[in-house]
Design a protein around this ligand. Sequence first.
Ligand SMILES: *Cc1c(COP(=O)(O)O)cnc(C)c1O
Length: 234
Amino acid sequence: MSQTFVAKNLQQVREKVDKACKRAGRDRNSVLLICVTKTKPVSMLQDAYDAGERAFGENRVQEIVDKVPQLPDDIHWHMIGHLQKNKVKFLMDRAVMIHSVDNEALAKTISKEAVKAGRVMPVLIEVNVAGEETKFGVSPEETEALIRAIAPLPGISIRGLMTIAPYTEDAESNRPYFKRLRELSVDIKNKSIDNVTMDELSMGMTGDYEVAIEEGATMIRVGTGIFGERQYPV
Ligand SMILES: *Cc1c(COP(=O)(O)O)cnc(C)c1O
């Protein structure tokens, strides 16, 4: 059987991940590849699944809701996009983690829905390290205060930080942002705040995941590099 487009791309991505881990002296198992499947048809997700991938990322709740029943149930769905409070409840029996918490009101809603659902939702704090006006995320300066405000909430567990670096043709230009996110996470970890572990760093996309791995990413979010260009802007 000939390899699918997705399987071929995945092979290349995995090789680059392996090499980046070697360069950085890191264990390959310390980096989770999240296949970003937004806008892509279920058939392509199935190809990634058949090639062995189990972690998928979406940025719209509706797309997760639509896709979950059409695919195997051992997929781990990561919510990586901006999230509206009224959509949070649909994630409780579908998502393994929410990467995009950047305000207290959203955290409170996740807490309330998680308690109602009888679960604990792992979350990451989205930080706008580059200070881009168009991006969501809390500023580095406000990150600790947000974490301290939401850490006591029941039903959520703060596992680390996430960032979306600027779009660039030159991955190296994002290195300082990845470094900054890592330093921020170490600073916060050292404060030993209850209910905050800071073991996850979700950073790096198709254009810059190798640099992100070198700077300590534990989760990389790769869409285009696996599934090809998206057909419409999201
Ligand atoms: C779309 C998206 C990605 C993947 O981007 P690619 O450049 O296609 O790899 C990663 N993270 C988030 C939050 C996204 O919305």
